[in-house]
Design a protein around this ligand. Structure first.
Ligand SMILES: [Zn+2]
Length: 120
């Protein structure tokens, strides 16, 4: 089974990466958490995921995605998390770390990254 990866987004909200897709919290229920696809709004994707409350187990994965994958969003989220972690231990500024991290990335992933200002 593919693992469930949790990322913290800019605003402290959690994102979940599962297989090649990215989800954001839709609703926290009593026995599970409902996630909606990150493309729900932009692509009207109906895909819904349910996980256990500890976000470690997949309970249900409903509907087909309207997009092929969200791999770029997942890569971008990983990079953002890496910069955040590095910023805590490194003497470089987040902007410096950001430009270093951006080197060698494909344009598709760069498009998913925020502007440097918002990452500070
Ligand atoms: Zn989707």
């Amino acid at each position: 089974m593919d693992s469930l990866d949790i990322f913290e987004s800019q605003k402290g909200k959690e994102k979940l990466a599962y297989y090649k897709f990215m989800y954001v919290v839709h609703k926290e229920c009593i026995h599970f958490i409902r996630w909606k696809c990150c493309k729900k709004n932009s692509r009207k994707c109906p895909c819904i995921l349910k996980t256990s409350l500890d976000k470690k187990n997949l309970i249900q994965n409903d509907h087909e995605h309207s997009q092929l994958s969200s791999q770029n969003e997942i890569e971008a989220a990983k990079i953002k998390m890496k910069i955040k972690t590095l910023a805590k231990v490194s003497k470089s500024t987040p902007a410096q770390l950001f430009s270093e991290a951006k080197a060698g990335l494909s344009d598709n992933i760069l498009e998913e990254l925020p502007k440097e200002k918002s990452i500070k």
